[in-house]
Design a protein around this ligand. Structure first.
Ligand code: DAH
Length: 340
């Protein structure tokens, strides 16, 4: 049987040398190494051999296969090369044709906006701190001064997992607690970007997932004046030198809390619509870190103070680029994405 195999090897190697076109090579491969080719068929004969001869035969078949495969590879590249040379020689390839344009990908508008935000905060000494998307109720709510059954939980419609107490973060604020645990007792200047999830109806104005950038500064003698000055500086770089104002508000994790508006103007009909006729646009929530939250992060509120803020990234992009429907962001329509 082994002689039969050797004989076959010699024969097919000889026929390989005569295959001088790609088509002939394909046919040769099919007839020898292909599924029903002559070499494969030899493999099947193994069953008809006496048991003690089988290992040697099997080994030899594999050697033959490998030898033929590498002979084939060598032959194939030689044939391809000479076919290409022939094509070029008889003008079959027009080397003066312009190349095909490769269309490079681009950054998603949400990523671009995030990077711009990182840059501005980076220049002000804030570094990026990342924390998890899957959170516990404890971090997402309780440590942020929102106990079970607190009415303020209505502000965040939540995706719960099948594990009790484990959920998709509804905001980036739980990262504040992680950042404090990691930095104690040092001062903190961080921004915490990430995707957040809300169990909400998808409409032109709300999505069930979007990015937020949270900010946290903790240290000694940080005051509300620091909050106002820092956030005003951010707004001027993000939106240009427009007036800003702070409006009192309520968040359970800050006291006092404020929302920041920028003056958009009332020049066009769109300005009227998006500012509801006031000329002012709300851009972020903020406040002085609540003493309970500082304590939960390990910082003594009698010694330390801090401010925090949170903003929606897609919302920023919508304002800056006049995008009127948030569903475009995750709709993956290139006609939208390519505009940026
Ligand atoms: N976590 C709030 C939200 O998702 C946003 C926010 C408001 C964050 C005020 C803050 C803050 O850090 O101080 O609606």
């Amino acid at each position: 049987m082994i002689e039969e195999l050797d004989q076959l090897q010699t024969e097919v190697l000889a026929s390989l040398e005569t295959a001088d076109t790609s088509d002939a090579l394909t046919a040769w491969y099919r007839e020898t190494l292909g599924g029903k080719g002559s070499v494969q068929l030899m493999t099947r004969k193994i069953g008809s051999l006496p048991v003690e001869e089988r290992p040697a035969f099997g080994k030899r078949v594999n050697e033959v296969k490998e030898a033929l495969q590498s002979a084939f590879d060598v032959r194939q590249s030689a044939v391809k090369r000479s076919e290409m040379d022939a094509d070029i020689a008889d003008g079959g390839i027009d080397v003066t044709l312009p190349g095909r344009k490769i269309r490079p990908g681009g950054l998603h508008i949400a990523t671009e906006t995030l990077r711009e935000i990182y840059k501005i905060w980076g220049d002000m000494g804030f570094h990026v701190f990342r924390s998890r998307d899957v959170e516990t109720d404890h971090y997402n709510f309780e440590l942020l001064n929102i106990p079970q059954h607190h009415p303020a939980r209505d502000m965040w419609d939540t995706f719960h997992t099948t594990t009790p107490g484990v959920l998709l973060r509804t905001h980036t604020s739980p990262g504040q607690i992680h950042a404090m645990h990691q930095h104690y007792p040092n001062p903190i200047r961080v921004i915490l970007p990430g995707m957040v999830y809300r169990y909400e109806q998808v409409t032109a104005r709300s999505e069930f997932q979007f990015h937020q950038v949270e900010g946290l500064a903790v240290g000694k003698n940080i005051t509300f004046a620091d909050l106002k000055g820092t956030l005003t500086g951010f707004a001027h770089r993000m939106f240009g030198e427009r007036p800003v104002r702070f409006r009192a508000n309520y968040f359970p994790f800050t006291e006092p809390s404020a929302e920041m508006d920028v003056y958009w103007g009332l020049e066009s009909e769109t300005d009227y619509r998006i500012t509801k006729g006031t000329g002012w646009l709300e851009v972020l929530g903020s406040g002085m870190v609540h003493p309970t939250v500082l304590k939960n992060g390990g910082y003594d509120p009698n010694e330390y103070s801090g401010f925090a803020f949170g903003m929606g990234v897609e919302r920023m992009a919508m304002l800056r680029y006049n995008i009127n429907d948030i569903r475009y962001f995750w709709g993956n329509d290139l006609r939208f994405l390519e505009q940026f």
